[in-house]
Ligand binder design. Structure first.
Ligand SMILES: Nc1ncnc2c1ncn2[C@@H]1O[C@H](COP(=O)(O)OP(=O)(O)OP(=O)(O)O)[C@@H](O)[C@H]1O
Length: 709
């Protein structure tokens, strides 16, 4: 029905999880292409754009569209579908950011930036500027009142970190702090009377100087993209003839922020295309990035130019499991924690897996305060192993999709992922991946390469040599205890002797020769040679899947480094420095999972946020005891409502706020968002849901909500 909707209206599809929203976009595009191909009226490449939030979603969308046309071709043998498949390759299916990038480029000259501007997302230069202003301010204040440092909440180090986030958090809400006037921040607050000064003299000045720095270097910061897009579209030099869009599709619309909505609407006014947007407010979990529960209203979806559709049939989750979930969704709806009205929003199941009995659909593992935390891990890995075997024993195993062969451990934070990964390392027969978690620079291959380059750059520094010897790069038993009573130079000799021994055996070279070679020959080539000879993946693990994971990601880092080499001259030092920065700043790049066409059961551990849009055979939630109705213990929260900026500094559970920050409202918002996050987590499950409940925990938690199931 949706796919055949009138083409002269904007279409909005608001529907719950797993009801085929994404699927409906694919069908709609196929339908338009189909109709157009008969009448020859559509230039797919220029007239349709499809926008997503992540590169993964864009890639996924492209391959799903191609698959749809391939199916048509197989059914009809009509060659026009093959042409359409190649048309899709050129179709604009991209993230909102890369779409904006193109539009900004088209109008950039009149905004004072060159067409070939580069995008920066790092904050190194901004930090340098910030530190300069911040240090000047601290110096001035300290001269005025010597106890000034004592009045700062928490440590200077933490305070600095929070101040650095201030402007970016506002950009996320579509507000440009550079334009702010003093009254936007309210009256000075008693506990931090200096805060208004800091905002003006440090934060805003940093942003202004940084903005000048960027324009001098012909660059745009990624966090300001939407502000630029808005400026472009509203600029009189915006050339509408450059665009022929007739349809713009937007997936996961609940995640857009106000500045994106403004830009979309401004574009539509100028270009006159039609929207097709899909989303689910119950899955709105990006408030920190500026998403609001008003997204559809702000877009004007209740107007006459819009046609609204809802979907209720869920094609993902076992209908019996859905029945159990709906009890909880109903409860959360009644408590106004999620926008759920049983009549309108109840998901109707379409599938049922006869291999699982009703009693096994949900498993709750209980433990008490007295029991060691280890018990969670013990039960968790036991459960994973058991489910893995059950999936493998499915008579239709080879026909299952990758999702149907995946068990997912869903958690709230990256810190929880690292806790689980640490425990998983000790498991012989469970390999937990944490893909799609931007973890490339947190995993062992990166750390090992960094240790190798650090030692090669500092070939006579015992600290780096020691680190190298203990890493996976070196596959010999290194008797650390021998170093204990040695003098400094003795230590150095001993470390080099050990390295000589190892590199002689695998490369027929001693340490000094290796250092010379890496300084005199192309660096990537030599690093590659060392890697191939020393085989760090073998030291890393004896498990073949783990070894393959290590190698795949080592290759990925090399690909990344080689790309960088296209733009600047690579040296050992520059590689070491980049690795250090990438590792220490927790740079987000997704590691590559080892997929050999998925003929095995994958275990992934990821955050609920990263799991959105995906589905898994089993969802396991091991941690359900965090409060969902408290401000964070530490950190900064910012609101931007009605032209006023509210801010709240939390230090060890104590919150300091300005007059525009409404703590009670914020806590309610937090509780509602955490409930929506829980909704997303549960609805990823295809067949089974497993959770851990600390029976004697108190307070408002996911666990308490889950008890309603
Ligand atoms: N009409 C349909 N017939 C059969 N299967 C369908 C249909 N629509 C969707 N599906 C399948 O149901 C699952 C969920 O579909 P899809 O991802 O499009 O849902 P969604 O509404 O975007 O979900 P979510 O909001 O939870 O991400 C997918 O496995 C998809 O292939």
């Amino acid at each position: 029905m949706i796919e055949h909707a009138p083409i002269d209206k904007n279409i909005v599809v608001k529907a719950g999880a797993g009801t085929g929203k994404t699927f409906s976009m694919i069908s709609r595009i196929s339908f338009i292409c189909h109709q157009a191909s008969n009448a020859n009226i559509l230039d797919v490449k220029n007239e349709i754009a499809m926008l997503t939030f992540t590169t993964e979603a864009a890639t996924n969308m492209k391959s799903r569209l191609k698959q749809a046309f391939m199916n048509y071709f197989v059914l009809t043998r009509n060659k026009k579908y093959l042409n359409m498949i190649s048309g899709i390759e050129n179709m604009r299916i991209s993230t909102i950011h890369s779409f904006s990038n193109l539009v900004i480029k088209d109008t950039s000259l009149s905004l004072g930036i060159g067409v070939d501007f580069s995008t920066v997302s790092g904050s190194y230069n901004k930090q340098k500027i910030f530190d300069q202003y911040f240090n000047e301010y601290l110096k001035k204040k300290n001269e005025e009142e010597p106890i000034f440092f004592g009045s700062i909440p928490g440590s200077i180090y933490d305070f600095r970190k929070l101040l650095l986030q201030f402007a970016d958090m506002l950009y996320n809400k579509g507000y440009d702090i550079k334009d702010a006037t003093e009254d936007v921040f309210g009256k000075p607050i008693v506990e931090m009377p200096y805060m208004k000064e800091i905002i003006q003299e440090v934060i805003i000045e940093t942003e202004k100087t940084y903005s000048d720095f960027l324009s001098e270097n012909n660059s745009v910061n990624l966090s300001e993209y939407m502000l630029y897009l808005n400026k472009c579209v509203n600029d009189e030099s915006f050339n509408k003839n450059l665009y022929q869009y007739k349809y713009i599709f937007i997936d996961e619309f609940q995640d857009v922020d106000d500045s994106q909505i403004e830009a979309f609407l401004a574009m539509q006014r100028k270009l006159n295309f039609k929207f097709f947007i899909v989303g689910d407010l119950k899955q709105s979990i990006y408030r920190f990035r500026g998403a609001t529960m008003d997204a559809f209203n702000k877009m004007g979806c209740d107007g006459n130019e819009w046609q609204e559709y809802t979907l209720n049939i869920n094609y993902r989750t076992d209908m019996r499991l859905l029945g159990k979930f709906s009890k909880l969704f109903n409860y959360m709806g009644e408590k106004k924690l999620i926008p759920y009205n049983e009549k309108k929003d109840k998901l109707i199941g379409a599938i049922s897996n006869q291999l699982i009995s009703v009693n096994e659909l949900i498993e709750e593992y209980t433990y008490s305060k007295e029991e060691e935390i280890d018990i969670i891990y013990k039960m968790l890995f036991e459960k994973i192993k058991q489910r893995k075997v059950e999936i493998e024993l499915n008579p239709n195993f080879t026909k299952l999709s990758v999702s149907e062969k995946t068990v997912a451990i869903l958690v709230r934070t990256n810190y929880q992922i690292s806790k689980i990964l640490r425990q998983a390392k000790n498991q012989d027969d469970v390999f937990v991946e944490s893909d799609s978690n931007g973890d490339l620079y947190r995993i062992q291959p990166s750390i090992d390469l960094c240790k190798l380059t650090a030692a090669l750059s500092n070939p006579r520094n015992p600290i780096y040599l020691f680190d190298l010897l203990l890493s996976n790069n070196i596959n010999i038993k290194f008797p650390v205890e021998k170093l204990i009573n040695m003098e400094e130079n003795e230590k150095l000799d001993y470390l080099i002797k050990c390295l000589n021994e190892f590199y002689q055996s695998v490369l027929n070279m001693c340490w000094n020769e290796l250092v010379f070679e890496v300084q005199s020959k192309p660096v990537l080539m030599v690093l590659r040679k060392i890697y191939e000879a020393s085989k760090p993946w073998k030291t890393y693990s004896s498990d073949e899947t783990k070894q393959q994971y290590y190698r795949t990601n080592y290759d990925l880092i090399f690909e990344d480094l080689s790309k960088e080499g296209k733009y600047s001259y690579l040296t050992l030092e520059s590689i070491n420095e980049s690795l250090h920065i990438l590792i220490n700043t927790g740079s987000e790049k997704t590691s590559r999972s080892v997929t050999d066409d998925g003929d095995y059961v994958r275990i992934v551990c990821t955050t609920v946020h990263k799991s959105k849009g995906l589905e898994y055979d089993t969802v396991i939630m091991p941690f359900t005891t965090d409060s969902i109705d408290k401000m964070r213990r530490n950190g900064l929260d910012i609101t931007y409502v009605g032209g006023k900026v509210g801010y709240c500094f939390s230090v060890n559970g104590e919150a300091i706020t300005n007059e525009y920050f409404y703590t009670n409202d914020e806590i309610k918002e937090i509780e509602m968002e955490e409930s929506r996050i829980l909704y997303v987590a549960l609805t990823r499950a295809i067949n089974k849901f497993v959770w851990f409940n600390k029976i004697d925990s108190s307070g408002n938690t996911w666990g308490k909500l889950l008890e309603e199931i």
